[in-house]
Ligand binder design. Structure first.
Ligand code: ATP
Ligand code: MG
Length: 646
């Protein structure tokens, strides 16, 4: 591709930041050479332990064994709440912005603490004990975070299921986790529309015998069915509960939560995270990656149903005593200026979102942005997919006014927290690159045989060479799958399933999922590069690229293209796009098929599901696989109906 422009760290940002270039280089070096010493120090600085640990880290990857801070005791809710009461009890902890632009509510640390304690007592009254699984199936209301923290307080293991999931998807997760209790809202509200959450839960619960009680948060007051003896109102539980709830002393390695991954690549996996290491990674990365300073207003737009919501709305920010904004609505309601109106209203300093949202808002044009005052913004973030350079530049210029660094953060549900990212005050930026390892993380690139590819530039399969505190400890109920999927392919290393390229400066570019790699006449290509080349064209809003069987080349390149609002899909444009990709990357990347796609199949968290596109390209419509996590199934029907003849 054309030469990469480097955005230097602005001096004002570097001067203000916790970490500048020199500090990053020295601290990163130390974190690799003396991993134990580095994390020991951070664990003392960032967390409050009721008993110190005996051993910092032990691991045996081939056996799937990882332990951090063995023997240490702490409680996550105490770290997120109690210890802040003296210093910042009256400071906002959660700023809740409703779907309705006229409604918001702030919880101070004192108020949040009191409600968490009361609800924790309420859960105990429902019979919940340490180690029990509690499902949280909720909209983006503060009670979702309160429920998570209440579970943590009494040692129950929560599993948050995204409120947009169907009764079937909910049922699968309840059965797999054998949850004892589910916490649900009567309805959720998104984009002005109510969704019947309680009715969905009732449907799922018909075949989930382990669930003994259903706690219902009243969000809309809409009518719901009620099962006496099983269902209980959240507000009734609170009314009868004391706000004094001593926290359960947890072992560092006790489970904190299970979270089923979004399912871009197949059957959801119950990723299990534990207590001490996870919270430490959440806190340290939140502070340094977003350069959080006391008093900042921080907003991560993810849903609590995703790991990003766990680590970077709830646990990381609250462990750091931050002000964290929770948004119930969608970016396009009442119109496409909503995100920016919220930034203006709450004077947001740090804003963290996903490429899918940026691309969607970019396609709506700049007028929605221009009417809003975004001068409070200081740092921007991106997560979930590779961000196309075109979208990056728009985010940087139009949203960030050219002055806010963008942290493109690479990580996974499994990793617990961010592992690869620029740091705002330390890293010169390249649009589309996740740049550098976070502290304590040592990446490698390997070829198909597992041999390390050294030197720069280099390309290969991304691996991680040693454990980090936030990594998951097992797949719930299936430890063998944990070993097989993550540690068996490249012995002694963790295999995330993504490919990457290291450029001549040693900066990393995620090229896409290894499963999605395309092989054209023996040339291997990541999906990200071809997609980004297409998005670079002014007519293209979004693109997905896959390989399909091709008689001569082995695989051909099949692209699905969503055009900008108002652009007409013509044969001339098709040819122009082919030429454009040839020019940007080379003839080898020339698309063989371009299908116009009014929408792309995405997970509920907004990631493109290329495995479904592969089936569509091959006309294997009966083999689409698990589609329960698709955001909008009608998109798939449209693509099937409009397959071009090849
Ligand atoms: P499943 O594993 O069930 O298929 P999933 O991988 O979509 O689901 P997540 O854990 O939410 O579930 O997503 C992690 C993946 O998202 C990464 O492995 C990577 O492919 C992609 N990803 C996340 N952040 C970035 C980023 N900044 N740049 C590029 N890719 C990213
Ligand atoms: Mg994954």
């Amino acid at each position: 591709m054309s030469d990469v422009h480097i955005h230097k760290v602005p001096k004002a940002v570097a001067d203000h930041a916790h970490i500048n270039k020199e500090v990053y280089e020295a601290e990163y070096q130390r974190s690799i050479e003396n991993t134990k010493g580095f994390w020991d120090e951070k664990a003392r600085e960032f967390l409050t332990w009721s008993k110190p640990w005996d051993v910092t880290v032990e691991h045996d990857f081939p056996k799937g064994e990882v332990k951090w801070f063995t023997g240490g005791k702490l409680n996550v809710s105490v770290n997120c709440l109690d210890r802040h009461l003296e210093t910042r009890g009256d400071q906002p902890a959660i700023i809740w912005e409703s779907d309705d632009p006229a409604v918001d509510k702030t919880y101070t640390y004192k108020e949040l603490h009191a409600e968490v304690c009361r609800f924790a007592n309420g859960l105990k009254a429902e019979g919940v004990k340490k180690g029990d699984r509690v499902c949280i199936y909720m909209p983006m209301v503060a009670e979702a975070a309160i429920a998570m923290l209440a579970c943590a307080r009494i040692g129950a293991v929560h599993l948050v299921v995204f409120g947009g999931f169907s009764p079937d998807a909910l049922k699968d997760r309840l059965l797999d986790s054998e949850a004892a209790v589910i916490i649900v809202a009567d309805e959720s509200v998104r984009g002005g529309k109510a969704v019947p959450l309680k009715a969905n839960a009732d449907q799922a619960l018909k075949s989930c015998p382990s669930v003994k009680s259903v706690v219902v948060v009243q969000r809309t007051g809409g009518s719901i069915d009620w099962t006496d003896g099983r269902d209980v109102w959240y507000h009734d539980l609170l009314e009868n509960a004391s706000d004094d709830c001593p926290a359960e002393e947890m072992d560092s390695e006790d489970p904190l939560f299970i979270l089923y991954t979004s399912g871009s690549t197949g059957k959801p996996k119950g990723v299990l995270h534990t207590t001490g290491g996870y919270l430490l990674h959440a806190a340290v990365s939140h502070k340094y990656v977003f350069d959080y300073h006391d008093g900042d207003v921080y907003w991560c737009t993810a849903d609590v149903g995703w790991v990003t919501g766990h680590t970077y709305i709830v646990y990381g920010p609250l462990a750091n005593g931050a002000q964290t904004l929770m948004f119930e609505g969608v970016p396009t309601y009442p119109d496409a200026s909503r995100f920016w109106k919220v930034v203006e209203k709450h004077k947001v300093n740090i804003f963290y979102t996903a490429p899918t949202a940026i691309r969607a808002l970019m396609a709506k044009g700049d007028d929605y942005v221009k009417t809003c005052d975004l001068s409070s913004l200081r740092v921007l973030g991106s997560v979930g997919e590779p961000i196309n350079p075109e979208a990056w530049e728009w985010y940087h210029k139009v949203i960030g006014g050219g002055r806010c660094p963008i942290v493109d953060t690479w990580w996974q549900t499994e990793t617990g927290g961010i592992l690869m990212t620029p740091l705002p005050g330390a890293t010169d930026l390249k649009a589309g690159s996740a740049m550098q390892p976070f502290f304590g993380i040592e990446f490698g690139l390997v070829d198909n045989e597992g041999n390390e590819v050294t030197g720069n530039p280099a390309e290969g399969i991304l691996v991680i060479k040693k454990p980090w505190p936030g990594m998951f400890r097992t797949l719930f109920g299936d430890h063998q799958r944990y070993i097989d999927a993550y540690f068996a392919n490249y012995p002694g290393m963790y295999f995330p399933g993504d490919g990457a390229r290291r450029d001549k400066d040693g900066d990393y570019w995620i090229t896409g999922r290894v499963d999605d790699v395309i092989n054209v006449s023996g040339h291997r290509m990541g999906t990200a590069e071809v997609e980004s080349a297409l998005v670079l064209h002014p007519a293209v809003a979004e693109a997905a690229v896959i390989g399909y069987p091709h008689d001569i080349k082995g695989q051909g390149i099949y692209t699905f293209v969503t055009l900008m609002d108002g652009v007409e899909a013509t044969d001339e444009l098709r040819q122009e796009l082919v030429n454009h990709v040839r020019k940007e990357i080379g003839p080898i990347a020339s698309p063989d098929v371009i299908q116009w796609a009014p929408g792309l199949p995405k997970t509920r968290s907004g990631k493109i599901m290329r495995r479904i596109l592969r089936k569509i390209s091959e006309n294997l419509i009966d083999e689409l696989g698990d589609t329960s996590t698709l955001a909008d199934p009608s998109v798939v029907d449209d693509l099937i109906a409009n397959r071009p003849s090849q």
